[in-house]
Design a binder for this molecule. Structure first.
Ligand SMILES: Cc1cc2nc3c(=O)[nH]c(=O)nc-3n(C[C@H](O)[C@H](O)[C@H](O)COP(=O)(O)OP(=O)(O)OC[C@H]3O[C@@H](n4cnc5c(N)ncnc54)[C@H](O)[C@@H]3O)c2cc1C
Ligand code: FES
Length: 275
């Protein structure tokens, strides 16, 4: 019998991205696609949010796919199967509801592909009509491609042309529309700049856009204000009101400005974590 928050399985998916299967039966019992958890690796650790990418209610496990970008994600990468996380709180946020749409386009940029993975799995289960676009800087940054391709028709784009078509996800969206493809919603997850332009292109083609906002978070319960956004001129909190919002209503410029507030400090910081 696994221990609480034990890493029961850890596997490398691609450069600096690992999948962790965590024993967390209460989270597994209640979670749905689109929700996330906040974990701490150890007692002195920071609280960091990750999307629930998969789960097994029977086995009591939850999967997360994590890109190493800083302190906590590197600490996590150094942990081994059999070790336990300090906390694993969830499910948090609102589940995705795409039930009103008939033809759906899922778009994942970089690690954003981890966030659209559960949507793809769910839509396939529901027998919905949908296509997928995955984008990354180069061919080494993709993962679970076979699975994505088994969910639906999957278009791949890379900045350098090393896999799929050369270009950005927005080029591929435009190409699909110009070729007469019809979608009634574009669900996108990726860097803020990418989601801003996906929302604009959706507007151009008269299609609804839903974005999943990966704002910095601390408590995940709407109290600290860290994940504050302006949506349709009103204040929203990504952790309790989201993480998904109507892309045409999100003030992306403010979100980008807030996400880079400490960039000048981060740039000066000499990181010794990797030795
Ligand atoms: C709802 C939600 C779901 C998420 N799902 C996933 C997921 O499934 N897989 C995954 O790998 N990541 C996901 N993220 C992002 C993840 O939480 C951050 O990468 C993580 O907090 C970084 O922690 P760190 O201590 O390693 O990095 P830090 O040392 O805190 O930061 C390192 C660098 O990463 C940047 N960064 C930190 N947090 C974020 C963030 N939230 N978004 C973008 N850049 C950030 C920092 O600005 C800095 O430049 C999600 C975020 C949210 C809000
Ligand atoms: S994370 Fe604190 S209000 Fe959302």
């Amino acid at each position: 019998m696994a221990k609480r928050y034990e890493i029961v399985l850890k596997r490398n998916l691609c450069d600096r991205v690992n999948e962790y299967v965590i024993y967390a039966p209460l989270v597994a019992k209640h979670c749905r696609a689109g929700q996330f958890v906040i974990l701490r690796t150890d007692e002195a650790g920071e609280r960091v949010p990750f999307t629930i990418c998969d789960y097994s209610r029977e086995a009591g496990t939850v999967s997360i796919m994590v890109q190493e970008v800083g302190l906590t994600t590197m600490k996590l990468a150094s942990m081994k199967e059999g070790e336990c996380l300090q906390d694993f709180v969830g499910p948090l946020g609102n589940p995705t509801d795409l039930s009103e749409y008939k033809n759906i386009l899922l778009v994942g940029g970089g690690i954003g592909s981890a966030v659209i993975y559960p949507q793809g799995k769910q839509l396939k289960k529901e027998g919905k009509s949908f296509e997928i676009i995955l984008g990354a800087r180069n061919k080494d940054l993709f993962f679970k491609l076979d699975e994505f391709q088994s969910f639906a028709s999957t278009h791949i784009v890379t900045d350098d042309g090393s896999l799929g078509d050369k270009g950005f996800v927005t080029d591929k969206i435009a190409e699909l529309f110009e070729n007469g493809r019809q979608f009634d919603v574009i669900f996108s997850v990726g860097p803020l700049g990418m989601m801003k332009f996906v929302a604009k292109i959706a507007e151009k083609y008269g299609v609804k856009s839903i974005v999943s906002m990966n704002s910095l978070m601390v408590d995940g319960t709407g109290m600290c204000g860290c994940c504050r956004l302006t949506v349709d001129g009103t204040i929203k909190y990504a952790c309790i009101d989201g993480p998904e919002f109507d892309g045409s209503k999100v003030d992306f410029d403010e979100a980008i400005q807030r996400s880079t507030t400490y960039k000048h400090i981060e740039e000066k910081h000499k990181c010794n974590i990797r030795g």
